[in-house]
Design a protein around this ligand. Structure first.
Ligand SMILES: [Zn+2]
Length: 405
């Protein structure tokens, strides 16, 4: 059987008029486009009034923490308050509790169009590999709905004598099948040494690296530049991603441009996470608080692959969030001043690039990872975030909103 999407709207990316056409999907791919004659092999979907978009990907989630906001209270509202509350709570968690919430979060994302997730998982004292075991189980259970990639988020300290336990735990997690090495150098007493340890671990294991980087508003926090220098010196052949990079947003323009150029040359992707960083950052700045976003314009101008993610979903790090990349895209328009087209690209094809996946579109030959959504234009889709959606992953429908009668 093939799937015939009848009379869908393909948005314009260059200012020309949107095109209304039919798309035929056979197997995993789009095989025909135009005004297509029905064959007896076709299952027809009426796409009138639906926009066809590349399916979003979520490049930075914390599925192990998701949906705990009513149980875990962040007393100060900032990052350290969230970490304190979470570290106490996580000791009580079990594989089944984490897996149940993570599965709900994945299904929420899929219903919004997400067909691939990269999630971080806490590794450290008090939780050990419990979260990893839970998310590996979820990854297998939801494989028919979405691809899930797991980043090991090792706690701090990682350096010095005090870091011995965490160094042992991350080594154990890599042996247990971690997909990506991660950590938080800016929380280590020696962030440069922490970055190098994580970089070397990824290199030895042949795994990609994705670090929480400069998630603060301190002008002396330039771990992104340290990371870029290490990558440029080494010829590392795995993908490298820096998440957050909040501090870069408050640097002067010359510094932003210098770091952005190195980041581009090193081939490092940057993930901006507007929900959580608007929530956590600048609570101690009552007048003209900065927005907590990275230097989006400088990074994009330098040619860095800048993707957008949601980060935390209704947990002490961000108590709200709909698990919807269109919410992220809308915030990138409002708080980051991207155009709706660029904002949507950040949560779809640029996010897929972070995950090492091919980009997708409505062209013949493209993998059929598609979000169909009720809207007349991409701008309207980002603005209204209609819940009337059909989600296709690798040519198969994985979500279809049931019509209200
Ligand atoms: Zn994060």
């Amino acid at each position: 059987m093939s799937l015939l999407l009848r009379s869908v709207t393909v948005p314009s990316v260059d200012g020309t008029a949107p095109e209304v056409c039919d798309l035929r999907i056979d197997g995993e791919r789009i095989v025909d486009r135009g005004q297509l004659a029905l064959t007896d092999q076709d299952e027809v979907i009426d796409g009138s009034g639906y926009l066809v978009l590349p399916a979003p990907a979520e490049p930075h989630a914390h599925l192990d923490k998701a949906l705990t906001a009513d149980e875990v209270h962040n007393e100060t509202g900032d990052l350290l308050g969230a970490i304190q509350a979470w570290i106490t709570h996580r000791e009580t968690l079990t594989v089944s509790n984490i897996a149940e919430r993570a599965t709900r979060a994945v299904k929420l994302g899929v219903s919004n169009g997400v067909t691939a997730f990269r999630t971080h998982v806490d590794l450290g004292s008090g939780i050990d590999l419990t979260g990893l075991q839970a998310l590996q189980q979820v990854k297998a259970d939801v494989a028919h709905l979405a691809r899930v990639e797991i980043v090991g988020l090792i706690g701090c300290p990682l350096t010095g004598v005090a870091g011995a336990e965490h160094r042992a735990i991350i080594a154990e997690a890599i042996a247990a099948g971690l997909d990506v090495v991660g950590g938080v150098p800016h929380l280590d007493p020696d962030s440069a040494a922490c970055t190098k340890i994580l970089f070397d671990l990824a290199g030895e294991a042949g795994l990609p690296l994705d670090l929480h980087t400069d998630e603060n508003l301190r002008p002396d926090s330039l771990d992104l530049e340290i990371l870029a220098d290490i990558v440029l010196d080494s010829g590392f052949d795995q993908s490298v991603t820096a998440s957050h990079c909040v501090a870069l947003g408050i640097q002067d323009e010359i510094t932003q441009q210098r770091v952005a150029a190195k980041t581009a040359t090193a081939g490092i992707s940057v993930i901006t996470l507007p929900q959580t960083n608007l929530f956590l950052q600048a609570r101690d700045t009552p007048v003209a608080p900065p927005r907590g976003l990275t230097a989006l314009m400088a990074l994009r101008a330098a040619g860095v692959n800048v993707a957008g993610g949601a980060d935390n979903l209704q947990d002490p790090f961000c108590t709200v969030g709909r698990g919807d990349p269109l919410e992220t895209a809308s915030l990138l328009v409002m708080a980051g001043h991207l155009t709706p087209t660029d904002a949507y690209d950040a949560v779809s094809n640029r996010a897929r690039t972070v995950l090492g996946m091919s980009t997708v579109g409505a062209e013949v030959g493209s993998v059929a990872d598609i979000l169909m959504i009720r809207a007349a234009s991409l701008r309207e889709a980002v603005a209204t975030a209609s819940t009337n959606r059909i989600v296709i992953r690798a040519g198969r429908i994985v979500f279809r909103q049931t019509e209200l009668l």
